[in-house]
Design a protein around this ligand. Sequence first.
Ligand code: NAP
Length: 489
Amino acid sequence: MTTTQNREQQVVEGVAKGLYIGGSWVDAHDGGTFPVEDPATGNVLCEVADADSEDALRALTAAAGAQGDFAAMAPRERGEILRRAWQLMTERADDLALLMTLEMGKALAESKAEITYAADFLRWFAEEAVRIQGDYKVTANGLGRTWVIRQPVGPCVLITPWNFPLAMGTRKIGPAIAAGCTMVMKPAQLTPLSMNALAQILEEAGLPAGVLNIVTTSSSGSTVAPLLEDPRTRKVSFTGSTEVGRKLMQQASENLLRTSMELGGNAPFIVFEDADLDKAVEGAMIAKLRNIGESCVAANRFYVHESVADDFSSRLADRMGSLKVGRGTDEDVDLGPLIDEDQRGKVAELVDDAVAKGAKSLVGGGKMDGAGYFFEPTVLGGVTSDARLLKEEIFGPVAPVITFSSEDEAVASANDTEFGLVAYVFTEDLRRALRLVEKLETGMIGLNKGLVSNPAAPFGGVKASGFGREGGSEGINEYLEVKHIAVDL
Ligand code: NAP
């Protein structure tokens, strides 16, 4: 065994494989496990505990039992736990990044960037824990007082996707801890190891037993449903597809749960004739290829003014064509594999559909041979308006370019989608930029910038991209109830 293989094995061996319930790592009650795969090789890395509804309800019992004491813990103490966890994540970034690359596929440099981003949510919310605001006012008639306090919502069910195995978790766990909420977390089946490693770190940082409970499972629907029906659950926060978000909303409505929904995207990336094209191509590389294109904020449709479209497309094709695709753990690899064959098949289908309708491939265009779920970085020119990839999330390294001739046309095309998570706009004209940021129907905008994610900013969408905000000073409010106390003097 080589030194590299040795280290990979050690990192996987170092992670707990059980369910984390009430502060202990336990087997699923029926002893069931499921495999975790390396998407670069198709090899099984290890087995983890496979929870069912009985295990999930045990986890909820632990969360409900811990809620009272945790809500009463001093905010400073909750903040310090988060701060220590940030410190530990930062110190162990190399191992955490390797673990993430092994189960998710992205290149090591990208995994490291995610560890920093994920850890920063813990640091940010460590600072927010001591700033939960109340209010005290004289009533309009001067006779009474209105007094408003904010309290933890109570036990939360948190559900996260595989594409950012840690950051999507800390974006929920950080504010929940800061606010004083206990949790049952269900990570994605494809990437459970990173979340277990985070739980080990939070435990080491001093998080009391029962505050965070983790149920890994291969049957998410039947495991989560009883949690949403149980009156002890007070909130569900979900990050994932719009389709599953809709289902969870229906289930949550029975129990009238508070909900936060971070759902799918279909981001337009608009390049005007007055844009700085160097900046636009640089922004496109980030907005398209971060996380191998498997990101809710990935640029999905490139609307480029007809006068600069050829120049932009050929520069983007040159850059994308020169990337090194390979196993994320290998030196100098820029892009790893897609998460699995289903995802790769879907990307291939969308490209084939666009080409059948008239698009031309400027670079790439298909699956790569050999083991793993690799797909060529692809730029498509002359994409027609009926191509499916303009309506659906591609979730892969494919950039479709469509030309436009007027600002109104660009805005209308950009808004012609059920989604509304993020839009990217490249223009050097300040007045045009101001018009655009108001007209685009999205929760976030990258202005001459291909990256909007930042723990200090409110992340979230409108329309079918969901509601609620994670990060920023807004993020903690998702985990707080407002209580008004009326009193006359
Ligand atoms: P997904 O299929 O919706 O799954 C997300 C999570 O929900 C996983 O943990 C999944 O478990 C679980 N799940 C699936 N069906 C469920 C059910 N019936 N009841 C309870 N839980 C259920 O999404 P994905 O493929 O993992 O992630 C990609 C999607 O997430 C994309 O649409 C992307 O845009 C979106 N996303 C949005 C944001 C945002 O902030 N807006 C961020 C990242 C990703 P299993 O793993 O067992 O299926």
